[in-house]
Design a protein around this ligand. Structure first.
Ligand code: SAM
Length: 356
């Protein structure tokens, strides 16, 4: 094995529409990169340095879904030939896991599109697995498996069916280890709303130690997609929303509906909850004011928060650091932001109180 993969290029993937905001933050004169190539949902940038493939120095932004060191582009109409070329070039390097995924073709939720569910990527991943098996390479078992932190990852990114990029990165966080940075939850037939997907992704990303039986309150709970997932996980759930809940949620013995706006609920009633989730379709400051009034009330004992913060324009993403600072000031020592793959023009803020 050799370990000499280097590249001056990095790539990032993101939701359609977020590219310009991220580029403005990372490219000169603000940041260290120059723009190289840009397509909806996938951008490459050039730096001054020829960086090793396993270097941990990669661009950071809450709007970035995945990023890595971009190694090369492969064009062609025949997938068998492309796979041969890629394996001939990269087989001898010391990567440990292979991910094959496709750039988003639309915004999440548009016409049923959801990131990370691509028939094309699945089929190419299967072909890579067979080609690695045929070469007696044990890494055939790793194709599109979830990679642990520390794993050296090789990625094949399908920009178009006939244009693929190869990239590499060390897995540094939980979400780096998901193919394309997407936690692809199985979609139940009776899914009540897309909020089911958002919370299913938010929970593993948040690293909050949810346990069956935990008491969870959701502000903005109607019609009940998030509650559906929380109930599936065994939580005791209270949903606060003036609007109706789906019958299947309203009738669940572990669910209670407080039909009102959250501001009308007495704050001492929140004292028994361990986690607070907020998914109200209101402006960021309204969400933060509402949640602050609840979690800073003397009898509240929240261990963790998962807040969906709406971005009325992409420009508002600049305010994310201030949002994080504000939540930290409420006594949460781990506060992080990420635009989840299943978020629309919004992002997820997680806060955890690990001490006290
Ligand atoms: C995006 S929907 C929530 C989807 C829901 N989380 C689910 O799982 O299906 C937003 C909801 O926020 C509710 N909402 C807005 N402001 C609110 C407030 N101050 N208190 C409680 N609910 C509120 C709306 O009535 C609406 O049902």
């Amino acid at each position: 094995m050799t370990d000499t993969l280097h590249s001056p290029y990095v790539y990032f993937s993101c939701q359609h529409g977020a590219e310009a905001t991220i580029k403005a933050q990372l490219c000169e004169p603000e940041g260290p990169y120059r723009l190289s190539f840009s397509q909806k949902g996938f951008v490459t940038l050039k730096s001054e340095l020829d960086t090793p493939a396993w270097s941990r120095s990669l661009p950071q932004s809450p709007l970035i879904r995945a990023c890595g060191h971009a190694l090369g582009k492969f064009d062609g109409d025949n997938s068998t030939e492309l796979i041969d070329q890629i394996l001939n070039q990269y087989l001898s390097y010391d990567w440990e896991c292979l991910h094959v995924w496709q750039r988003d073709v639309a915004q999440p939720g548009w016409n049923g599109f959801e990131p990370g569910r691509s028939v094309l990527a699945e089929s190419i991943a299967e072909q890579f697995q067979k080609a690695l098996l045929a070469r007696n390479d044990p890494r055939s078992q790793t194709v599109n498996s979830i990679a642990k932190v520390g794993t050296k990852l090789l990625e094949v990114i399908l920009l178009e069916p006939n244009r693929w990029w190869v990239a590499a990165k060390p897995v540094q966080t939980e979400s780096d280890g998901w193919p394309g940075g997407v936690y692809a939850v199985p979609i139940p037939e009776n899914m009540i709303s897309r909020a089911y997907l958002k919370i299913s992704e938010a929970i593993p990303w948040s690293r909050l130690p949810f346990q069956p039986g935990d008491r969870v309150v959701e502000i903005g709970s109607s019609p009940g997609g998030a509650c559906q997932r929380l109930l599936d996980l065994g939580a005791q759930v209270v949903g606060i929303d003036p609007a109706d809940m789906d019958d299947s949620i309203a009738g669940n013995p572990r669910f209670e509906h407080w039909r009102s706006k959250s501001q009308q609920v007495k704050r001492r009633l929140f004292k028994t909850f361990r986690y607070l989730i907020c998914d109200a379709n209101v402006a960021p400051n309204y969400t933060l004011d509402t949640v602050e009034a609840i979690v800073t009330y003397p009898t509240s004992k929240f261990r963790g928060l998962i807040l969906t913060i709406k971005l009325s324009t992409w420009e508002h993403a600049k305010e994310i650091p201030q949002h994080l600072e504000r939540v930290r000031a409420w006594g949460f020592d781990r506060v992080e932001a990420r635009q989840l793959a299943h978020n629309r023009r919004e992002y997820c803020l997680v806060a955890e109180r690990t001490v006290g």
